[in-house]
Write a protein that binds this ligand. Structure first.
Ligand SMILES: [Cu+2]
Length: 159
């Protein structure tokens, strides 16, 4: 009886170990694939992301409509692998990711808002005071292009 249990346990452990190994392999392969994709996600000379509205220095009322611009490349929803495309991310009161962060998907939180559906405008609710807005393009996996494609920072005052 004991040996049968041990045998069953052995099988379970072997299965568990092989599953862990398989998961590690899959993770390694997808990371490698992502690194390759990332290297390929450059953008054409002359491309630019920019905030159409509000204007830098503007005084506005909340909620604020922010209109995104992009020239020299196309907008594609997240998940669509297509060269020379990307989707917008609105950075609110935060500097653009830099350094090693550029190798990973852009964070998704209140200060890093993704427009993975390919949207080119949004409305944000902001507290009274000064705020900064900046756009950063991301590829199909939300990873910044190489080099990163960001807009100028727009500083606004909310009444
Ligand atoms: Cu994204």
């Amino acid at each position: 009886m004991m040996s049968l249990l041990n045998f069953a346990e052995g099988i379970i452990m072997a299965f568990f170990k092989s599953t862990v190994l398989a998961l590690a392999l899959v993770a390694g392969v997808s990371l490698a694939a992502q690194a390759e994709d990332h290297a390929a996600h450059t953008w054409p000379d002359g491309a630019a992301a920019y905030i159409v509205s509000p204007a830098n220095g503007a005084t506005v009322k909340s909620p604020v409509t922010v209109i995104f611009g992009l020239k020299g490349m196309g907008v594609a929803p997240a998940g669509i692998e297509k060269p020379k495309t990307g989707h917008h991310h609105l950075l609110i009161d935060t500097p653009a990711p830099s350094g090693e962060d550029l190798d990973y998907a852009i964070a998704a939180d209140d200060q890093h808002v993704h427009f993975g559906g390919g949207q080119t405008e949004t409305t944000v609710t902001l507290a009274p005071g000064k705020h900064t807005l900046q756009l950063m393009m991301g590829d199909a996996n939300h990873v910044p292009h190489n080099p990163p494609l960001v807009s100028e920072v727009v500083t606004i005052t909310v009444k």
